[in-house]
Design a protein. Structure first.
Length: 397
């Protein structure tokens, strides 16, 4: 069975060494006159990248203002600050300099500027985005794939709800991608990013639609490539070839290419969002801690897909007489991969302690919206299933 699909990927990618030297031209071509430079911490300044961005805009005759301070799991309060600044300064283009958190914060600001209500309405389902300021990206952290996706995930500071909104309106006009800018990423961040990249494809690969063999082949090649590069780059952090594989894979994993003819599941993402919202953990690490438990929970009802993953991605020999054993060895193989790159394989490894039952109750309540919604597509995961998966990942099932 193949799912009908529309594929739309309008972002211009400018990839390679010194690609930052094209920023001014790209902003002009996109119609930008007053730019908000949006970024995270001090690394963009210390590396000299912000200086390059400023020079590029100045040389192109483009005025700009700046808003830094975006944190991992980007916050609604920063988004509101950015909306106010853009309105006050007459900003007509947002340039995100950073990784997924900065890009998602920029997208949320872009939604909010032309909207007369509270921007959080979009994440609460009270309104649907009708417009968005144009956005460009200078990517420094390959992981989230937000530079080519329609997704935008924001955390509400007070309620600690972490929610996503999808709309083609926020797709970036361009993405400047220089793998050299990722050389200094810490090993943990590199590993967590690679995990997130792989998970974006795995969340589409594990689907009840199993007949689009070309999409499967693309997905499997992407997963194998990132797996091999993630292990090797930890010993060779300035290897351009390895960094380039990971950076380009991050975009392809989340621009919907690996969803063509399938259906995205994203149950593990939804489960993890509550972990990172409550405990501030790195998103990729949270995914690694949860996915094996989700996989074991659903595996028995979807053996052929898990066997295919084990054999074609993880290199497990196919025991044709015992498919369940092959599938389980595939899950074990990805757990071993996570250990090799320093990622956790369960929640106690992630947090340094197990969750309390009260904390699990909170996670389930938030993820299920008080028991009113399910997550996932391969299987619908309701509140009780969520509780089981959290307990499995916690070692208390």
């Amino acid at each position: 069975m193949i799912k009908d699909f529309n594929f739309y990927a309008p972002t211009r990618v400018v990839f390679g060494r010194e690609s930052e030297q094209q920023i001014g031209r790209l902003v002009v071509a996109a119609g930008g006159h007053k730019v908000l430079i949006h970024y995270g911490g001090g690394s963009a300044e210390r590396s000299g990248l912000l200086g390059v961005v400023r020079s590029q805009l100045q040389n192109a005759g483009i005025s700009f203002c700046e808003l830094g301070g975006v944190v991992p799991n980007p916050l609604l309060s920063k988004v509101r600050q950015g909306i106010e600044m853009c309105r006050r300064e007459g900003v007509d283009f947002i340039l995100a300099v950073g990784g997924g958190s900065v890009i998602d914060s920029a997208k949320a600001i872009g939604y909010g500027v032309p909207y007369s209500g509270d921007v959080w309405d979009f994440w609460q389902g009270r309104a649907v985005p009708q417009a968005c300021l144009p956005i460009g990206v200078v990517l420094t952290i390959p992981a989230a794939g937000s530079e080519m996706s329609s997704s935008c995930v924001i955390t509400h500071d007070e309620s600690l709800l972490k929610r996503g909104v999808n709309s083609d309106l926020c797709r970036c006009r361009f993405a400047v991608m220089n793998p050299e800018r990722t050389y200094t990423l810490p090993a943990y961040q590199t590993a967590a990013g690679a995990t997130d990249i792989m998970m974006h494809t795995m969340e589409r690969y594990f689907s009840k639609y199993e007949d689009m063999t070309l999409t499967d082949a693309i997905s499997e090649a992407l997963l194998r490539t990132v797996k091999e590069a993630a292990i090797a780059v930890l010993d060779a952090p300035t290897d351009y070839r390895l960094r380039a594989q990971i950076m380009w894979a991050g975009s392809l994993a989340h621009n919907d290419l690996t969803e063509c003819g399938t259906e995205k599941d994203f149950a593990t993402h939804k489960l993890e969002h509550e972990l990172s919202a409550l405990f501030g953990v790195t998103h990729g690490a949270g995914l690694a801690a949860l996915w094996p438990s989700w996989a074991r929970f659903v595996c028995g009802r979807h053996l052929s897909r898990f066997v295919q993953f084990a054999v074609n991605v993880m290199g497990v020999p196919n025991d044709f007489a015992h498919p369940a054993d092959t599938a389980e060895r595939g899950i074990q193989a990805i757990e071993e991969f996570y250990r090799k790159i320093g990622m956790p394989t369960n929640v106690p490894e992630l947090l340094g302690r197990p969750l309390t039952e009260a904390e699990i109750d909170t996670l389930v309540d938030k993820c299920s919206n008080g028991g009113t919604i399910c997550v996932g597509a391969m299987e619908k995961i309701d509140a009780e299933a969520m509780r089981t998966i959290y307990r499995m990942a916690n070692g208390t099932a």
